[in-house]
Design a protein around this ligand. Structure first.
Ligand code: GLV
Ligand code: MN
Ligand code: MN
Ligand code: MN
Length: 399
């Protein structure tokens, strides 16, 4: 193993137990809960060890600085600590650990940047606690209204502002303006790099995507005594909608997932009074995504009439098509001799791309699996990712 791979493993092992569920082997690192707060403390300690002052933006995002935070024109890197329920180890933390190691590499090579380099830990990237993905970067860029973000509530009714301990600041002047570019390193969430036989890629685009909440209301009643003909069962409408989403996505070469469901009262011997399903839909083009969601919505509404149920559909988040700065992606791909790939996954880089020249690096994932405990990357590939990120930071921060 290379010396860098050994250093990667040492740092990585420090994070491994934090928020790990011993049953599934996956992570429960929801934003601003104990495990994620422990990782933020780890972030502060690693920054301190490197003599990097840490600033907060009033939205829950943290920045560790190599150079003067006030100087402007900084090159930003980093990612997020939070996970989806029972998520993998790499999605998010890999970008932060790699960023600190890339700083170490540059310093060991006695590189002196002409502009500051900052390492970011963004809050609530997955939307796993408050429902809106990339909440921290949306606040920083002004892509979400402060009042809406502050009032988002988790399953226990705690608001984002309460979890933060203060009202989010939003995109105050001088926050985003400090940064000249952003580069997020992330584990690949597919198998393209396995097929290409390459350890690292540069991102070209993020598919447009969003989340829609489908509430189906019916009549709760006794499972044993209610005649089949008399039922208004929202579970039927829900089940039909899941199948319709799958069919409509396949017809369009798009992706539709219902990965979360809530049932009331959730009793084996009661017809539900309400079922809520969350649709995650993604497609290569915005028109395809729009067509997909409208088709699912129409089919669900039609079926609701048949079942005597009521449907309310609410869009909870939207991420437009992101085309990363083509000039920058091309420059980095040439620098690293790396392939260029699109992705269907959302990232803070996708939010920042509308405001700053932004790029992403992907590190090969041998299983191709993500948002699951099976997510993985070899230490050698993670070291290759750090080397690539260090080269990119040097390219961007040295005139
Ligand atoms: C987040 O990783 C997403 O793509 O939903
Ligand atoms: Mn993710
Ligand atoms: Mn991620
Ligand atoms: Mn993501």
């Amino acid at each position: 193993m290379s010396d860098l791979a050994v250093r990667f493993r040492k740092l990585w092992d420090e994070l491994a137990p934090v928020g790990r569920d011993s049953g599934s082997g996956g992570y429960l690192r929801y934003a601003l809960t104990e495990p994620e707060l422990a990782l933020r403390e780890w972030f502060r300690a690693e920054a301190y060890r490197r003599g990097m002052p840490v600033t907060a933006d009033g939205n829950g995002n943290l920045f560790a600085w190599w150079g003067d935070p006030e100087a402007g024109d900084a090159v930003l890197t980093g990612s997020h600590f939070d996970s989806v329920p029972h998520g993998g180890a790499y999605d998010g933390p890999l970008g932060i650990v790699s960023a600190f190691l890339a700083v170490d590499e540059l310093r060991a090579a006695q590189v002196i940047p002409d502009r500051p380099i900052a390492v970011a830990a963004f809050v609530e990237e997955e939307g796993g606690r408050f429902g809106v993905p990339c909440l921290g970067s949306r606040l920083l860029t002004g892509e979400i209204a402060v009042e809406r973000a502050a009032g988002l509530r988790d399953a226990a009714g705690v608001s984002f502002a309460e979890a933060l301990g203060f009202e989010p600041a939003g995109a105050g002047p001088g926050l985003l303006g400090r940064f000249a570019a952003f580069v997020e390193l992330h584990v690949e969430q597919g198998r393209a790099l396995v097929d290409l036989g390459a350890p690292v890629a540069v991102a070209s685009a993020i598919w447009p995507h969003g989340r829609w909440r489908f509430d189906f209301a019916g009549e709760g009643n006794h499972a044993g005594t209610t005649r089949m003909a008399d039922r208004r069962d929202p579970m039927l409408t829900y089940a039909f909608t899941v199948l319709a989403a799958n069919k409509e996505a396949r017809l369009r070469d798009a992706h539709a997932t219902v990965g979360r469901v809530a049932v009331e009262p959730n009793a084996t011997n009661a017809i539900p009074s309400k079922v809520t399903g969350w649709l995650d839909a993604r497609a290569a083009e915005p028109e395809t995504l729009h067509g997909l969601v409208e088709a699912v919505r129409a089919k669900a509404a039609e079926r609701a009439k048949r079942d005597g149920t009521e449907l309310t559909c609410t869009q909870e988040s939207a991420t437009p098509l992101v085309s990363f700065d083509g000039g920058l992606a091309g420059r980095l791909a040439a620098l690293l001799d790396a392939p260029v790939l699109p992705t269907g996954a959302g990232h803070d880089a996708g939010v920042l791309a509308a405001h700053l020249p932004t790029a992403m690096l992907f590190v090969r994932n041998p299983t191709g699996v993500s948002h699951s405990p099976a997510e993985s990357a070899t230490d050698a590939d993670c070291a290759a990712g750090v080397t690539a990120l260090a080269r990119v930071l040097e390219e961007l921060a040295c005139r």
